[in-house]
Design a protein around this ligand. Structure first.
Ligand SMILES: NC(=O)C1=CN([C@@H]2O[C@H](COP(=O)(O)OP(=O)(O)OC[C@H]3O[C@@H](n4cnc5c(N)ncnc54)[C@H](OP(=O)(O)O)[C@@H]3O)[C@@H](O)[C@H]2O)[C@H](O)CC1
Length: 281
């Protein structure tokens, strides 16, 4: 049996050198792939969905994080989500899919049929509770991709703990044309981690965590003001992470001092006991 490929978790700190695509460039690349380069949409969707599933499986073990909800939108990004859901099911996760605005095309009908044949439940929006974290361990957001009509800086703004890049199929002509700087993919992995693995367990920060959910009265009319507001919130989160780390470091110094004190007290007690023993003889 072949040895296991190098995990993409061990990968590379390529964050600084990675190149980003604009919405227009991403759509253009799609056209080239599916035009002169001979790819089909279902083939690319399969590759995208499989990359998502393998990235999830690398970070979240199915034994620990088993309940997965994939929320799938009406376009191709939603299709990627349906494919990812199928692969995650085969990887041993317990899948549910929410696909409220179905696309009446044979490709999507096929993806739905495949999931139904695996008995993956399709939930309506009304079936979902307000706090999804009660019912699910992992949420796959496959609602919109690059055709979403709103300012969306996607990958460049992503500041979560695990950031992966798929796309291990991009032909050299595209790499050259768009001057892409792709990191090397480890072993046979479908994806590569970009940026450093987080040193901080976000769940441990919950008490300080400023929720990124938008309440209706917090949504700005102008989306660019919204982005500024998010920037400010992120600064606050980073500041609170810093405060937490400083506090942790103070705690560990106090713990060390206490350990030393206890060791000293033990030593003193031993001396006293030895003295009492000697004096009783
Ligand atoms: N290059 C690749 O390897 C591949 C990428 N794929 C994935 O496909 C998406 C792009 O897919 P596309 O179908 O073009 O678009 P989206 O999935 O992003 O969404 C389109 C639908 O979203 C609706 N929409 C857009 N903006 C809004 C909005 N503000 N509010 C509500 N609805 C919105 C839009 O609605 P219409 O009214 O315009 O119909 C569409 O229904 C890419 O990101 C990759 O994830 C493919 O898998 C192929 C391979």
């Amino acid at each position: 049996m072949a040895s296991r490929p190098v995990s993409s978790l061990q990968s590379l700190n390529t964050w600084d050198s990675i190149s980003y695509l604009s919405q227009r460039e991403a759509a253009e690349i799609d056209d080239i792939l599916m035009g002169p380069l001979g790819f089909s949409v279902d083939q690319l969707m399969e590759l995208a969905g499989l990359s998502v599933a393998t990235a999830i499986a690398e970070v979240y073990r199915s034994t620990e994080y088993n309940r997965v909800l994939a929320i799938c939108g009406p376009g191709n990004n939603g299709g990627d989500g349906l494919v990812a859901a199928r692969h995650l099911h085969h990887f041993g996760y317990n899948l549910s899919v929410c696909y409220p605005k179905r696309t009446p095309k044979p490709l999507y009908d096929g993806l739905v049929t495949q999931l139904e044949s695996l008995c993956v439940p399709f939930l309506s929006v009304e079936d979902l509770s307000m706090d999804l974290s009660n019912d699910f361990d992992i949420l796959v957001d496959a609602m919109f991709g690059f055709s979403f009509r709103a300012p969306k800086l996607c990958a460049k703004r992503f500041c979560g703990p695990h950031h992966f890049l798929g796309g291990r199929f991009v032909p050299p002509s595209i790499v050259d044309k768009y001057k892409l700087q792709l990191p090397p993919y480890p072993g046979t992995s479908m994806c590569v981690r970009i940026g450093k693995p987080s040193q901080i367990d976000i769940s441990a920060l919950r008490e300080n965590y400023i929720s990124p959910e938008f309440l209706e009265d917090q949504v700005e009319d102008d989306p660019f003001n919204q982005i500024d507001r998010e920037d400010r919130s992120r600064d606050e989160i980073e500041e609170s992470i810093g405060a937490r780390q400083r506090r942790d470091s103070r705690f560990s110094r106090i713990k060390l001092a206490m350990k030393r004190r206890i060791a000293l007290l033990r030593k003193n007690r031993e001396q006293v006991e030895r003295f009492l023993l000697l004096s009783s003889k």
